[in-house]
Design a protein around this ligand. Structure first.
Ligand code: NAD
Ligand code: TYD
Length: 352
């Protein structure tokens, strides 16, 4: 059945994979990609599908209430898949307000517009809010995992803003009956990941023989999922998830930062034909991130058992594909890091 779907943040890392999946898998659907094209948004991520007949890009800012109201007045959407956000923890430490504006106010603008647009005919419609496992805080006990009923305990301005947005989505469901679904996913990696985040930053710096900044002692742990498996989960949850339900998505793939950086160094030395140990010499321990969460780990049992999702790519394969992608797309890397873009590391420690 044909559907008209608004995807927000579709020019970003995860959003671009979700847009591609929906445009190619559902030729009957009309996909609108709404994105403000901030530093993190890049239409080059979607050059392969930009001329697809069921795809339309709309440049706009979710913090602009009038613009959002007008968009919903002109389009009766069957669904919204909301990914637009400020997404980098380090940036949230230097500029928390940008996170309040986009992640909280922007989300509430979308909720209000959907509520108004759907109030006479909510049947079959769905507001899907894409969120993060960081809302649950940090884990200490190695036997503990984030479950859907884990209490919220956000500890960075980024996770606090995402937690606030999750609460608003649930409040609109409980108070106004808006049909919603939420997912909270662990750290993603893969092609088109902006090189301010750990994995692409390390790949880019290894390529350019620059220091590899490891925060603190490198002992923090993240649970890594290949971005295409996140997009597949979003597809399943959008179509089959229960109204008002929350699903955790994760890779059951925990890595200490320093082990992951060492693995990337080995992989890159191999690919670049450099003697073993060359890239690891670039590892530089730097001042720890303020409030650095120790460990994230997801229990994805609900999604696996109720909706039948499972990751399709293991970490070895996913990381190899990711490294290959960056090596074959160095023009993309140069494009997104040129001009006045400065990584957080450069802002903190200067260019090397
Ligand atoms: P990203 O930073 O790569 O992309 C965000 C996109 O949103 C960009 O295209 C940007 O231009 C757009 N955007 C930002 N502010 C906007 C605004 N005011 N109006 C319209 N568009 C705006 O982020 P990502 O890593 O792809 O994350 C996407 C979503 O998934 C976010 O909601 C994030 O919280 C969530 N998430 C990310 C991860 C991860 O590991 N990256 C994990 C779990 C959940
Ligand atoms: P990041 O990719 O920023 O994701 P998040 O903070 O949302 O989990 O960081 C992943 C981990 O890597 C996190 O523990 C912080 C650490 N890190 C570094 O050690 N050095 C870096 O340069 C960056 C960007 C992150």
């Amino acid at each position: 059945m044909s559907k008209k779907i608004l995807i927000t943040g579709g020019a970003g890392f995860i959003g671009s994979h979700v847009v591609r999946l929906f445009v190619t898998r559902y030729p009957d659907y009309q996909i609108h990609n709404l994105d403000a094209l901030t530093y993190a948004g890049n239409l080059a991520n979607l050059s392969d599908i930009e001329n697809a007949p069921n795809y339309q890009f709309i440049k706009g800012d979710i913090t602009d209430r009038q613009f959002i109201d007008g968009l919903f007045a002109g389009n009766l959407y069957d669904g919204v898949i909301h990914l637009a956000a400020e997404s980098h923890v380090d940036r949230s430490i230097s500029d928390p307000m940008a996170f309040v504006n986009t992640n909280v106010t922007g989300t509430v603008n979308l909720l209000n517009a959907a509520l108004k647009s759907w109030k006479n005919d909510p049947e079959g419609r769905r507001f899907y809010h894409v969120s993060t496992d960081e809302v649950y805080g940090e884990l200490h006990d190695p036997e503990d995992f984030f479950r859907e009923d884990t209490a919220y305990d956000p500890r960075s301005p980024y996770s606090a803003s995402k937690a606030a947005s999750d609460h608003f989505v649930r409040a609109y469901h409980n108070t106004f009956g808006l049909p919603v679904v939420i997912s909270n996913c662990s750290n993603n990696y893969g092609p088109n990941h902006f090189p301010e985040k750990l994995i692409p930053l390390m790949i880019n710096n290894i390529l350019n023989n620059r220091p590899l900044p490891v925060y603190g002692k490198g002992e923090n742990i993240r649970d890594w999922l290949y971005v295409i498996d996140h997009a597949r989960a979003i597809d399943i949850i959008f179509h089959k998830g229960g109204n008002g339900e929350t699903y955790n998505i994760g890779g059951e793939n925990e890595w200490k930062n320093i082990d992951l950086v060492n693995l990337l160094c080995r992989l890159m030395d191999e690919k670049l034909g450099r003697p073993e140990g060359t890239s690891a010499q670039l590892i530089t321990y730097v001042t720890d991130r303020a409030g650095h969460d120790l460990r994230y780990a997801i229990d994805a049992t609900k999604l696996r058992s109720r909706l039948g999702w499972a990751p399709s790519v293991n970490f070895e394969e996913g990381l190899a594909r990711t490294v290959e992608w960056y090596l074959s797309n160095q023009a993309w890397l140069e494009g997104v890091t040129s001009g006045n873009y400065q990584s957080y590391y450069e802002q903190m420690y200067g260019k090397r």
